[in-house]
Design a protein around this ligand. Structure first.
Ligand code: ADP
Ligand code: MG
Length: 273
């Protein structure tokens, strides 16, 4: 099967979950639904619980942050939503598709088509220019540089890096490298962007640029954004902050994109402390 057929098969197999909105609620559809999610890592007989019954719903076009202490399961939750690892129990439904009902191949195709994933490390290839790094997923699919050019330049302009298109990663700051990685993640115009501590290696000025970009993608491009962060200042850019503790969501802060870091920090201490 080619990618299109694989995805069609997964669309047929993964019957959309019941209308998760509930009949009496208006508003955007829920595009990420997590139910009673469990994950236990088993490394040579040593069992480490990472998620212990996490539940969440993310509506289309919302920017949600996830905060929690180190080891609380933030990355694990994000990777399960991205289909990068398998849960021990529970369910992840993305855009109506139950990831657990897909084959590995279907999940991979679905992720490539619908999700953009950004990590703390930028994972750029050092020998390629910014332009080539953004184009890479398409070049690997066999498209020519010429075919990629217009889309890649549009994305570089969107992250304010068009003038640096011919520079290699070692000539770019950390924040600029992360913006290249974000442009690459947006190549296929994914509906959902997952970002795991995208500003973890950046200073505050560069972090602000990343948070503003993600905020803009949600507000203007209607992307659904899920960002793990330990910084209240960044979380305050989100519409809602989910607080993770010991593998469960223990509360939420409705910051409404207020950028009110003091409010988020105080509420976070109450919920996670
Ligand atoms: P966070 O991102 O909040 O710091 P993680 O999701 O990375 O938390 O980890 C949650 C727990 O699972 C931690 O106790 C961590 O040590 C453990 N863990 C994470 N990944 C693995 C792995 N691949 N193998 C074994 N244990 C892991
Ligand atoms: Mg982590």
């Amino acid at each position: 099967m080619n990618d299109a057929e694989t995805l069609q098969a997964s669309e047929a197999a993964a019957a959309p979950a019941a209308d998760v909105r509930g009949s009496d609620q208006a508003g955007p559809p829920i595009v990420v639904q997590v139910r009673n999610l469990h994950k236990v890592y088993d490394t040579s007989g040593h069992r480490v619980p990472a998620l212990a019954g996490a539940d969440l719903d993310v509506p289309a076009g919302a920017f949600y942050a996830i905060m929690g202490a180190s080891g609380s399961g933030k990355s694990t939750l994000l990777y399960l939503i991205g289909g990068l690892t398998h849960p021990t129990g529970g369910q992840v439904v993305v855009e109506g598709h139950d990831l657990g009902a897909m084959s590995d191949r279907q999940r991979t195709v679905f992720r490539r088509r619908r999700l953009g994933i950004v990590f703390q490390e930028y994972n750029l290839l050092p020998t390629l220019t910014a332009r080539e790094n953004v184009a890479l997923p398409w070049l690997l699919e066999g498209r020519s540089v010429r075919e990629c050019a217009a889309r890649v330049d549009e994305l570089l302009a969107e992250v304010h890096l068009l003038p640096r298109a011919e520079h290699r990663p070692d000539a770019l700051s950390g924040g600029e490298q992360q913006r290249v990685a974000i442009a690459r993640a947006l190549l296929n115009d994914p509906a959902i962007v997952l970002a795991d501590e995208p500003t973890g290696n950046l200073d505050s000025r560069q972090s602000l640029e990343i948070w503003n970009l993600l905020r803009r993608f949600a507000t203007e491009r209607h992307k659904t954004i899920l960002m793990v962060t330990h910084e209240a200042q960044g979380a305050a850019y989100a519409d809602r902050v989910l607080v993770l503790k010991d593998g469960r969501i223990v509360g939420q802060i409705d910051s409404g994109g207020s950028r009110d870091a003091a409010l988020v920090a105080a509420r976070y201490q109450e919920l996670a402390g």
